[in-house]
Design a protein around this ligand. Structure first.
Ligand code: GLN
Length: 287
């Protein structure tokens, strides 16, 4: 039996064969095949359409096959290409960081709506990972000062790299630490976080096993990190300062309750584009 790759000499043949095989593991088999082939060839994706008859050199074929096999083993495209887009920003992502999700852009929009340009603000992003949230905010608000915190040195290295690549490193300070611990002793206008919030036994984790468990899992109910942030951030915020947290689709009621019990006011939850409760916020009152 010839293997499925034998017929794969040209760009067009690789894309067809790749798409067919990727259907088993991906909801976007054609897109995955295009992104992986473009990466293997070091081409922009659009070039695949201009040169469908291009015959792959042996080395290009090898590169493509390696990537295809890894994708077939379930590794996300973002890790294979070390690339993801968030807020239209190109970001490096590695297995040390979560792959940024489009629903987190809702948190960015909300944070921006809380503070117009022209006002200096001190902002912290807890568990920054690839730096996605801090970088998106920094891109939009050059007069804000950012501190991006993560427990993982590897993740901070990725976030720092992204900040440099995007020319945003001058107003983001990166610190290693545990949630609010590096913030203590200063007053913050805004604290944002997309913390781990998946319950340890959630069956949905099986589909995420290539991403770092430390960025996903948060105890039996998935609220361990959120509880810690809600409690400690209150004491780090200025009067009228806001805490914004992403959380699981079914955690809205629990997170609102945690916020209200801790003394936050104007507690509110917003939904993501799929209609799920996704981000909750509260304000530290004046007195
Ligand atoms: N949004 C991710 C998921 O459930 C989880 C991210 C997180 O825990 N912060 O797919």
């Amino acid at each position: 039996m010839p293997d499925a790759m034998t017929a794969c000499n040209t760009v067009d043949q690789c894309l067809r064969a790749g798409e067919a095989r990727l259907t088993a593991v991906s909801e976007t088999p054609r897109l995955d095949a295009e992104v992986l082939l473009a990466h293997a060839l070091n081409w922009p994706r659009s070039r695949l359409y201009a040169y469908p008859e291009h015959t792959l050199a042996p080395d290009q074929r090898r590169q493509w096959q390696q990537r295809l096999n890894k994708r077939l083993a379930g590794i996300p495209v973002a890790y294979l290409c070390e690339h993801a887009e968030f807020w239209s920003l190109p970001l490096r992502v590695t297995p040390a960081t979560l792959i940024p999700r489009p629903e987190t852009e809702g948190l960015v929009e909300w944070a921006l709506a809380l503070g117009p340009s022209g006002a200096e603000r001190r902002v912290a992003d807890l568990g920054t990972g690839s730096g996605a949230i801090a970088l998106a905010l920094a891109k939009e608000r050059s007069d804000w000062q950012f501190t991006a915190v993560d427990i993982s040195t590897e993740a901070l290295n990725v976030a720092r790299h992204n900040a440099v690549q995007l020319g945003l490193s001058s107003h983001i300070h990166f610190i290693q630490g545990h949630w609010c611990q590096p913030l203590v002793g200063q007053a913050w206008d805004l604290i944002v976080s997309n913390p781990p919030y998946v319950a340890d036994a959630d069956p949905h984790l099986a589909a995420l096993h290539h991403e770092p468990a430390t960025a996903l899992c948060a105890g039996p109910d998935g609220l361990r990190c959120i509880r810690s942030i809600v409690a400690d951030a209150f004491h780090c915020l200025t009067a009228n300062g806001w805490l914004l947290l992403e959380h699981g689709w079914d955690q809205g009621p629990a997170v609102r309750k945690l916020l209200s019990s801790a003394g936050y006011v104007d507690v509110e939850t917003r939904r993501d584009l799929a209609g799920h409760e996704r981000t909750s916020a509260g304000r530290r009152p004046e007195t």
